[in-house]
Design a protein around this ligand. Sequence first.
Ligand SMILES: Cc1cc2nc3c(=O)[nH]c(=O)nc-3n(C[C@H](O)[C@H](O)[C@H](O)COP(=O)(O)OP(=O)(O)OC[C@H]3O[C@@H](n4cnc5c(N)ncnc54)[C@H](O)[C@@H]3O)c2cc1C
Length: 302
Amino acid sequence: MQSFISKIKESFRGEVRLDEPMSAHTSLKIGGPVDLMAFPEDPMSLQNLLVMAGKEKIPVFVLGGGTNLLVSESGISGIAVSLRAFRNIRLAKGSDDKSATLFVEAGVPLGKLMSFAKENGYSGIEPLTGIPGTFGGAVYMNAGSFGTEIKDVIVSVAVMNMEGRIVILGKDKLQFTYRSSNLSDDLIILSANILLKKDAPGAVAARIKEFIGKKSVTQPLGEASAGCVFKNPEGDAAGRLIDAAGCKEMRIGDAEVSTVHANFFVNKGKATAKDFLELMNIVKAKVEEQSGVALMPEIKIV
Ligand SMILES: Cc1cc2nc3c(=O)[nH]c(=O)nc-3n(C[C@H](O)[C@H](O)[C@H](O)COP(=O)(O)OP(=O)(O)OC[C@H]3O[C@@H](n4cnc5c(N)ncnc54)[C@H](O)[C@@H]3O)c2cc1C
Protein backbone atom coordinates (compact mmCIF):
# COMPACT_ATOMS: atom_id res chain seq x y z
CA MET A 1 0.00 0.00 0.00
CA GLN A 2 2.93 2.32 0.63
CA SER A 3 3.76 2.17 -3.10
CA PHE A 4 0.10 2.92 -3.94
CA ILE A 5 0.26 6.01 -1.72
CA SER A 6 3.42 7.19 -3.49
CA LYS A 7 1.71 6.74 -6.87
CA ILE A 8 -1.37 8.82 -5.99
CA LYS A 9 0.44 11.44 -3.89
CA GLU A 10 0.55 14.05 -6.65
CA SER A 11 -3.09 13.62 -7.68
CA PHE A 12 -4.81 13.19 -4.33
CA ARG A 13 -5.88 15.85 -1.85
CA GLY A 14 -6.93 14.51 1.54
CA GLU A 15 -5.85 12.27 4.37
CA VAL A 16 -4.82 8.62 3.98
CA ARG A 17 -4.28 6.17 6.86
CA LEU A 18 -2.61 2.77 6.69
CA ASP A 19 -4.00 -0.22 8.62
CA GLU A 20 -6.80 1.85 10.08
CA PRO A 21 -8.96 -0.11 12.59
CA MET A 22 -12.54 -0.28 11.34
CA SER A 23 -13.72 -0.55 14.94
CA ALA A 24 -13.03 3.19 15.17
CA HIS A 25 -15.43 3.83 12.26
CA THR A 26 -18.40 1.57 13.08
CA SER A 27 -21.18 2.25 15.57
CA LEU A 28 -20.81 -1.35 16.78
CA LYS A 29 -17.13 -0.65 17.58
CA ILE A 30 -16.22 -3.95 15.90
CA GLY A 31 -13.91 -4.59 12.96
CA GLY A 32 -10.26 -5.23 12.13
CA PRO A 33 -8.03 -2.95 10.04
CA VAL A 34 -8.53 -1.83 6.46
CA ASP A 35 -5.31 -1.75 4.43
CA LEU A 36 -5.85 1.88 3.50
CA MET A 37 -8.49 4.39 4.50
CA ALA A 38 -8.75 7.43 2.25
CA PHE A 39 -10.57 10.69 2.90
CA PRO A 40 -10.63 12.52 -0.48
CA GLU A 41 -11.33 16.23 -0.23
CA ASP A 42 -12.78 16.73 -3.70
CA PRO A 43 -14.32 14.69 -6.55
CA MET A 44 -11.12 14.91 -8.62
CA SER A 45 -9.09 13.25 -5.84
CA LEU A 46 -11.73 10.54 -5.51
CA GLN A 47 -11.64 10.03 -9.27
CA ASN A 48 -7.83 9.74 -9.34
CA LEU A 49 -7.89 7.31 -6.42
CA LEU A 50 -10.49 5.08 -8.13
CA VAL A 51 -8.68 5.05 -11.45
CA MET A 52 -5.39 4.11 -9.81
CA ALA A 53 -7.07 1.46 -7.62
CA GLY A 54 -8.67 0.02 -10.79
CA LYS A 55 -5.30 -0.15 -12.55
CA GLU A 56 -3.75 -1.89 -9.55
CA LYS A 57 -6.82 -4.15 -9.10
CA ILE A 58 -7.30 -3.02 -5.51
CA PRO A 59 -10.88 -3.41 -4.21
CA VAL A 60 -12.62 -0.26 -2.97
CA PHE A 61 -15.26 -0.16 -0.24
CA VAL A 62 -17.35 2.95 0.43
CA LEU A 63 -17.76 3.83 4.08
CA GLY A 64 -20.56 6.09 5.29
CA GLY A 65 -21.04 6.60 9.02
CA GLY A 66 -20.47 2.88 9.67
CA THR A 67 -23.83 2.63 11.47
CA ASN A 68 -25.13 -0.36 9.55
CA LEU A 69 -21.96 -2.43 9.31
CA LEU A 70 -20.57 -5.57 10.87
CA VAL A 71 -16.91 -5.80 9.88
CA SER A 72 -14.95 -9.00 10.58
CA GLU A 73 -11.87 -9.14 12.81
CA SER A 74 -9.72 -9.77 9.74
CA GLY A 75 -10.78 -6.34 8.51
CA ILE A 76 -11.08 -5.18 4.91
CA SER A 77 -8.53 -5.86 2.23
CA GLY A 78 -8.08 -2.94 -0.11
CA ILE A 79 -9.23 0.65 0.30
CA ALA A 80 -12.09 2.10 2.34
CA VAL A 81 -13.13 5.52 1.06
CA SER A 82 -14.83 7.98 3.36
CA LEU A 83 -16.71 10.93 1.85
CA ARG A 84 -16.79 12.85 5.12
CA ALA A 85 -15.42 15.95 3.33
CA PHE A 86 -18.42 15.99 0.97
CA ARG A 87 -20.81 17.78 3.25
CA ASN A 88 -22.59 20.57 1.39
CA ILE A 89 -26.32 21.22 1.59
CA ARG A 90 -27.83 23.95 -0.54
CA LEU A 91 -31.03 25.01 -2.25
CA ALA A 92 -31.12 23.73 -5.85
CA LYS A 93 -33.05 24.79 -8.93
CA GLY A 94 -36.71 23.86 -8.87
CA SER A 95 -37.58 25.51 -5.57
CA ASP A 96 -40.61 27.80 -5.20
CA ASP A 97 -42.69 29.22 -2.34
CA LYS A 98 -44.33 25.84 -1.65
CA SER A 99 -41.44 23.44 -2.11
CA ALA A 100 -37.68 23.26 -1.85
CA THR A 101 -35.29 21.11 -3.84
CA LEU A 102 -32.14 20.52 -1.83
CA PHE A 103 -28.77 19.41 -3.17
CA VAL A 104 -27.24 17.22 -0.46
CA GLU A 105 -23.76 15.67 -0.57
CA ALA A 106 -23.18 12.07 0.51
CA GLY A 107 -20.99 12.83 3.52
CA VAL A 108 -23.60 15.05 5.21
CA PRO A 109 -24.59 13.44 8.52
CA LEU A 110 -28.33 12.72 8.39
CA GLY A 111 -28.69 14.63 11.67
CA LYS A 112 -27.18 17.74 10.03
CA LEU A 113 -29.70 17.49 7.17
CA MET A 114 -32.46 17.19 9.76
CA SER A 115 -31.25 20.36 11.54
CA PHE A 116 -31.07 22.20 8.20
CA ALA A 117 -34.65 21.17 7.38
CA LYS A 118 -35.81 22.21 10.85
CA GLU A 119 -34.14 25.62 10.79
CA ASN A 120 -35.39 26.46 7.30
CA GLY A 121 -38.88 24.95 7.57
CA TYR A 122 -38.55 22.10 5.04
CA SER A 123 -40.83 19.15 5.63
CA GLY A 124 -40.85 15.52 4.43
CA ILE A 125 -38.06 13.73 6.26
CA GLU A 126 -39.08 14.29 9.91
CA PRO A 127 -39.86 10.55 10.49
CA LEU A 128 -36.22 9.72 9.64
CA THR A 129 -35.00 11.69 12.63
CA GLY A 130 -32.68 9.73 14.91
CA ILE A 131 -31.29 7.56 12.10
CA PRO A 132 -27.52 7.94 12.47
CA GLY A 133 -24.98 7.80 9.64
CA THR A 134 -24.56 9.79 6.47
CA PHE A 135 -26.94 10.91 3.77
CA GLY A 136 -25.07 8.71 1.22
CA GLY A 137 -25.53 5.65 3.45
CA ALA A 138 -29.22 6.49 3.87
CA VAL A 139 -29.69 6.67 0.09
CA TYR A 140 -27.78 3.40 -0.51
CA MET A 141 -29.78 1.62 2.21
CA ASN A 142 -33.08 3.40 1.44
CA ALA A 143 -33.20 4.14 5.16
CA GLY A 144 -36.65 4.52 6.62
CA SER A 145 -38.68 4.92 9.74
CA PHE A 146 -42.34 5.33 10.74
CA GLY A 147 -43.49 4.47 7.19
CA THR A 148 -41.31 7.07 5.43
CA GLU A 149 -38.23 6.15 3.40
CA ILE A 150 -35.53 8.34 1.89
CA LYS A 151 -36.79 7.26 -1.58
CA ASP A 152 -39.98 9.26 -0.95
CA VAL A 153 -38.09 12.54 -1.37
CA ILE A 154 -35.35 11.60 -3.88
CA VAL A 155 -35.42 13.41 -7.22
CA SER A 156 -32.05 12.31 -8.63
CA VAL A 157 -28.76 10.79 -7.47
CA ALA A 158 -25.26 11.68 -8.70
CA VAL A 159 -22.90 8.70 -8.69
CA MET A 160 -19.30 8.06 -9.67
CA ASN A 161 -18.42 4.68 -11.15
CA MET A 162 -15.16 2.88 -10.48
CA GLU A 163 -13.64 4.40 -13.63
CA GLY A 164 -14.25 7.84 -12.14
CA ARG A 165 -17.13 8.79 -14.47
CA ILE A 166 -19.96 10.85 -12.94
CA VAL A 167 -23.54 10.03 -13.96
CA ILE A 168 -26.80 11.63 -12.79
CA LEU A 169 -29.54 9.07 -12.30
CA GLY A 170 -33.10 10.42 -12.49
CA LYS A 171 -36.09 8.78 -10.85
CA ASP A 172 -36.69 6.59 -13.93
CA LYS A 173 -33.27 4.96 -13.44
CA LEU A 174 -33.63 4.40 -9.68
CA GLN A 175 -35.32 1.50 -7.97
CA PHE A 176 -35.68 1.50 -4.22
CA THR A 177 -37.08 -1.37 -2.21
CA TYR A 178 -37.20 -2.07 1.53
CA ARG A 179 -33.69 -1.18 2.87
CA SER A 180 -32.20 -1.64 -0.56
CA SER A 181 -31.68 0.06 -3.89
CA ASN A 182 -30.41 -0.75 -7.37
CA LEU A 183 -27.31 1.38 -6.65
CA SER A 184 -24.68 -1.32 -6.95
CA ASP A 185 -21.50 -1.64 -4.89
CA ASP A 186 -19.62 -0.43 -7.99
CA LEU A 187 -21.14 3.03 -7.67
CA ILE A 188 -20.22 5.75 -5.23
CA ILE A 189 -23.08 8.07 -4.34
CA LEU A 190 -21.75 11.63 -4.45
CA SER A 191 -24.94 13.57 -3.82
CA ALA A 192 -28.68 13.59 -4.40
CA ASN A 193 -31.39 16.16 -4.94
CA ILE A 194 -34.37 15.81 -2.63
CA LEU A 195 -37.77 17.51 -2.82
CA LEU A 196 -39.27 18.81 0.43
CA LYS A 197 -42.36 20.91 1.21
CA LYS A 198 -42.14 24.30 2.86
CA ASP A 199 -43.66 24.59 6.31
CA ALA A 200 -43.25 26.70 9.44
CA PRO A 201 -39.93 25.86 11.17
CA GLY A 202 -41.81 25.46 14.47
CA ALA A 203 -44.16 22.85 12.96
CA VAL A 204 -41.22 20.87 11.50
CA ALA A 205 -39.39 21.07 14.85
CA ALA A 206 -42.47 19.82 16.73
CA ARG A 207 -42.79 16.75 14.48
CA ILE A 208 -39.06 15.98 14.81
CA LYS A 209 -39.37 16.20 18.59
CA GLU A 210 -42.34 13.83 18.56
CA PHE A 211 -40.54 11.20 16.44
CA ILE A 212 -37.32 11.36 18.46
CA GLY A 213 -39.39 11.02 21.64
CA LYS A 214 -40.94 7.80 20.30
CA LYS A 215 -37.54 6.41 19.28
CA SER A 216 -35.86 7.13 22.56
CA VAL A 217 -38.23 4.78 24.39
CA THR A 218 -38.24 1.97 21.81
CA GLN A 219 -34.55 1.82 20.80
CA PRO A 220 -31.35 1.40 22.86
CA LEU A 221 -29.96 4.69 21.54
CA GLY A 222 -27.16 5.04 24.10
CA GLU A 223 -25.62 1.61 23.37
CA ALA A 224 -23.25 0.40 20.63
CA SER A 225 -25.41 -1.17 17.92
CA ALA A 226 -25.91 -1.17 14.16
CA GLY A 227 -29.66 -0.60 14.29
CA CYS A 228 -31.98 -3.40 13.20
CA VAL A 229 -30.08 -6.62 12.60
CA PHE A 230 -32.78 -8.32 10.52
CA LYS A 231 -35.27 -6.98 7.98
CA ASN A 232 -38.90 -7.01 9.02
CA PRO A 233 -40.67 -9.82 7.16
CA GLU A 234 -43.80 -8.81 5.21
CA GLY A 235 -46.59 -7.90 7.62
CA ASP A 236 -44.61 -8.60 10.82
CA ALA A 237 -41.77 -7.18 12.91
CA ALA A 238 -38.48 -9.04 13.33
CA GLY A 239 -38.25 -7.69 16.89
CA ARG A 240 -41.61 -9.23 17.81
CA LEU A 241 -40.60 -12.63 16.33
CA ILE A 242 -37.24 -12.59 18.15
CA ASP A 243 -38.96 -11.72 21.41
CA ALA A 244 -41.60 -14.44 20.86
CA ALA A 245 -38.82 -16.99 20.24
CA GLY A 246 -37.48 -16.20 23.71
CA CYS A 247 -34.25 -14.61 22.49
CA LYS A 248 -34.41 -11.25 24.30
CA GLU A 249 -31.28 -10.79 26.46
CA MET A 250 -29.59 -13.82 24.81
CA ARG A 251 -25.84 -13.25 24.84
CA ILE A 252 -22.71 -14.62 23.13
CA GLY A 253 -19.54 -13.10 24.55
CA ASP A 254 -20.27 -9.40 24.75
CA ALA A 255 -22.87 -9.43 21.93
CA GLU A 256 -26.37 -9.24 23.38
CA VAL A 257 -29.95 -9.09 22.09
CA SER A 258 -31.10 -5.72 23.45
CA THR A 259 -33.53 -5.68 26.33
CA VAL A 260 -35.13 -2.54 24.84
CA HIS A 261 -35.62 -3.69 21.21
CA ALA A 262 -35.06 -7.37 20.37
CA ASN A 263 -34.01 -6.61 16.76
CA PHE A 264 -31.11 -4.46 18.03
CA PHE A 265 -28.04 -6.47 19.10
CA VAL A 266 -25.65 -4.47 21.25
CA ASN A 267 -21.95 -4.64 21.97
CA LYS A 268 -21.71 -4.66 25.75
CA GLY A 269 -17.94 -4.13 25.70
CA LYS A 270 -15.55 -6.35 23.80
CA ALA A 271 -17.87 -8.22 21.42
CA THR A 272 -16.22 -9.64 18.31
CA ALA A 273 -17.74 -10.06 14.85
CA LYS A 274 -17.64 -13.81 15.52
CA ASP A 275 -19.77 -13.38 18.68
CA PHE A 276 -22.18 -11.18 16.79
CA LEU A 277 -22.53 -13.61 13.85
CA GLU A 278 -22.98 -16.55 16.18
CA LEU A 279 -25.73 -14.68 18.01
CA MET A 280 -27.38 -13.83 14.68
CA ASN A 281 -27.30 -17.49 13.60
CA ILE A 282 -28.77 -18.76 16.87
CA VAL A 283 -31.54 -16.13 16.89
CA LYS A 284 -32.35 -16.81 13.22
CA ALA A 285 -32.59 -20.57 13.90
CA LYS A 286 -34.77 -20.06 17.00
CA VAL A 287 -37.15 -17.74 15.15
CA GLU A 288 -37.40 -20.18 12.23
CA GLU A 289 -38.08 -23.05 14.60
CA GLN A 290 -40.72 -21.10 16.54
CA SER A 291 -42.54 -19.27 13.74
CA GLY A 292 -41.32 -20.74 10.45
CA VAL A 293 -40.05 -17.32 9.33
CA ALA A 294 -36.54 -17.13 7.83
CA LEU A 295 -35.17 -13.73 8.85
CA MET A 296 -32.87 -11.92 6.42
CA PRO A 297 -30.04 -9.65 7.64
CA GLU A 298 -30.52 -5.92 7.31
CA ILE A 299 -27.00 -5.05 8.49
CA LYS A 300 -24.20 -5.26 5.94
CA ILE A 301 -21.65 -7.93 6.79
CA VAL A 302 -18.22 -6.98 5.46
C1 LIG B 1 -29.08 3.43 16.88
C2 LIG B 1 -29.37 3.15 15.43
C3 LIG B 1 -30.65 3.37 14.95
C4 LIG B 1 -30.94 3.10 13.60
N1 LIG B 1 -32.21 3.31 13.14
C5 LIG B 1 -32.49 3.09 11.85
C6 LIG B 1 -33.83 3.33 11.34
O1 LIG B 1 -34.74 3.75 12.06
N2 LIG B 1 -34.04 3.10 10.01
C7 LIG B 1 -33.07 2.66 9.17
O2 LIG B 1 -33.34 2.49 7.97
N3 LIG B 1 -31.82 2.42 9.62
C8 LIG B 1 -31.51 2.63 10.92
N4 LIG B 1 -30.24 2.38 11.38
C9 LIG B 1 -29.22 1.80 10.47
C10 LIG B 1 -28.32 2.84 9.77
O3 LIG B 1 -28.17 3.99 10.57
C11 LIG B 1 -28.84 3.23 8.40
O4 LIG B 1 -28.89 2.13 7.55
C12 LIG B 1 -27.97 4.33 7.76
O5 LIG B 1 -28.67 4.88 6.67
C13 LIG B 1 -26.61 3.82 7.29
O6 LIG B 1 -25.83 4.94 6.90
P1 LIG B 1 -24.25 4.96 7.07
O7 LIG B 1 -23.76 6.25 6.49
O8 LIG B 1 -23.86 4.72 8.48
O9 LIG B 1 -23.82 3.77 6.14
P2 LIG B 1 -22.71 2.64 6.43
O10 LIG B 1 -23.14 1.83 7.59
O11 LIG B 1 -21.37 3.23 6.48
O12 LIG B 1 -22.84 1.78 5.09
C14 LIG B 1 -24.01 1.06 4.80
C15 LIG B 1 -23.93 0.62 3.33
O13 LIG B 1 -24.05 1.79 2.52
C16 LIG B 1 -22.93 1.86 1.63
N5 LIG B 1 -22.63 3.29 1.44
C17 LIG B 1 -22.46 4.23 2.40
N6 LIG B 1 -22.20 5.43 1.85
C18 LIG B 1 -22.20 5.24 0.50
C19 LIG B 1 -21.98 6.09 -0.62
N7 LIG B 1 -21.71 7.39 -0.50
N8 LIG B 1 -22.05 5.54 -1.87
C20 LIG B 1 -22.31 4.21 -2.02
N9 LIG B 1 -22.52 3.37 -1.01
C21 LIG B 1 -22.47 3.87 0.24
C22 LIG B 1 -21.82 1.10 2.32
O14 LIG B 1 -20.85 0.64 1.39
C23 LIG B 1 -22.60 -0.04 2.97
O15 LIG B 1 -22.84 -1.07 2.04
C24 LIG B 1 -29.92 2.62 12.73
C25 LIG B 1 -28.62 2.41 13.23
C26 LIG B 1 -28.34 2.67 14.57
C27 LIG B 1 -26.95 2.44 15.08
